[in-house]
Design a protein around this ligand. Structure first.
Ligand SMILES: Nc1ncnc2c1ncn2[C@@H]1O[C@H](COP(=O)(O)OP(=O)(O)OP(=O)(O)O)[C@@H](O)[C@H]1O
Length: 369
């Protein structure tokens, strides 16, 4: 997938701006706070319907304005063009228009413009709370598997209903018990399908990840383990086996769940363990090792998407090279040369060959700095 051009109006600090990256690797350089990250964020909106790091739409609105517009055009591997327009107004919320048709719900757009990101703020995937790793895994799967996104949305709804019910169940009544059995069954089915899909994804992802990681840091041995709140699960378990395990677990923990007023087992409680030489990375690794781990995760995601979709995702890499030594930067660069369109932001103009260096000052339009 390639971004041909994108136009920004009232988006973050850009009143009016056009950006046309090259189809290979571009380094977008400029001083701090000149709006480089905001340019990547606009592309992210057009590809994945939202800004970086759960930013609210209203936060992306140029401070004193009432609306923002992003207009972009993409070309896929068969040279078919897709135009994406994102329009946000304070009053009417956000609209996504793809090739002149409005998209609703926004989830229907996910996967159309495959894209991967790297930003220093995403280091929380490696060293933050389990929810960050679940979000990484879910986002990765959603871009290539529509059913998974539907399951996740349905799971969230059923979980809310079940939590609301067990929150009221200090005094059990017959009808509440019947309702609980219905929600538990639905939740178990969805949970089994989600855990199954996550484990399938990891079994394709892990070998790719280990190979790529060792190209970046040859003497280190990373691994990833799926930690399931069900307890021990086998990688070759079927959806039906997982479903039965969930039903048994919910039966065993019913009293405790009612006492606590919440659902204690399920994919919303699972985690990924990231290990380097069998030690948990978030407890023992250096800052540089964590960065390399994250970069390897993202590049593996890129490889996997390319294999599944037959389409190379666009790479949006914010401040990629800070805190990395020259040998790791060079190794990453060699890998990026095969990744298709890549846009890297940097405070400095990096002297790499086969790279289009773009100064943010040179972009057309009015920039507020
Ligand atoms: N909604 C908004 N309206 C106007 N300006 C904003 C808005 N949100 C953020 N900004 C400002 O836009 C500027 C550009 O931020 P951005 O993160 O894109 O810069 P950058 O070039 O990536 O900086 P750095 O090199 O320091 O990472 C910052 O000064 C930021 O405070």
């Amino acid at each position: 997938m390639k971004l041909q051009c994108i136009h920004y109006e009232n988006f973050r600090n850009h009143r009016l701006l056009n950006f046309e990256p090259s189809y290979g690797i571009s380094i977008l350089y400029g001083p701090n706070a000149s709006g480089k990250t905001s340019i990547l964020e606009g592309v992210h909106y057009c590809a994945l319907t939202r800004g970086f790091h759960n930013a609210l739409d209203s936060e992306c609105l140029y401070f004193s304005s009432d609306f923002f517009v992003l207009e972009s055009s993409f070309l896929d591997a068969t040279e078919r063009a897709t135009t994406v327009r994102v329009l946000y107004t304070k009053e009417k919320e956000k609209k996504i228009i793809v090739d002149k048709s409005e998209i609703k719900p926004f989830s229907r757009h996910i996967g159309r413009i495959p894209c991967i990101t790297f930003s220093p703020a995403e280091l929380v995937i490696v060293n933050g709370a389990p929810a960050e790793r679940r979000r990484f895994l879910d986002n990765a799967i959603c871009q290539t598997n529509r059913r998974y996104l539907d399951d996740l949305l349905a799971y969230k709804r059923v979980l809310q209903q079940r939590n609301a019910l067990i929150g009221q169940m200090y005094e059990k009544t017959g009808s509440q018990k019947e309702m609980l059995a219905i929600w538990t069954d639905s939740l178990s089915r969805l949970a089994a399908s989600i855990v199954y899909t996550r484990m399938q994804f990891l079994s394709s992802f892990l070998p790719l990840f280990q190979t790529l990681y060792q190209l970046l840091s040859p003497d280190e041995h990373p691994t990833i383990v799926y930690r399931c709140s069900l307890g021990k699960v086998f990688h070759d378990s079927s959806i039906d086996q997982l479903y039965s395990q969930f039903l048994v677990k919910f039966e065993e923990t019913e009293r405790e769940e009612i006492l606590r007023g919440q659902t204690m087992t399920g994919p919303h409680r699972d985690d990924l363990l990231f290990l380097l030489h069998t030690r948990e990375i978030k407890k023992y690794a250096s800052q540089g090792q964590m960065r390399i781990f994250l970069i390897a995760l993202k590049l593996s995601q890129h490889r996997l998407f390319s294999d599944i979709l037959g389409e190379k995702p666009i790479c949006l890499l914010d401040d990629l090279f800070s805190e990395l030594d020259a040998s790791h930067s060079n190794a990453i660069f060699r890998l990026l040369e095969t990744c298709g369109q890549t846009i890297i932001t940097s405070a400095e103009n990096k002297p790499y060959s086969h790279v289009d260096s773009i100064s943010i000052e040179s972009l057309k339009g009015i920039k507020e700095m």
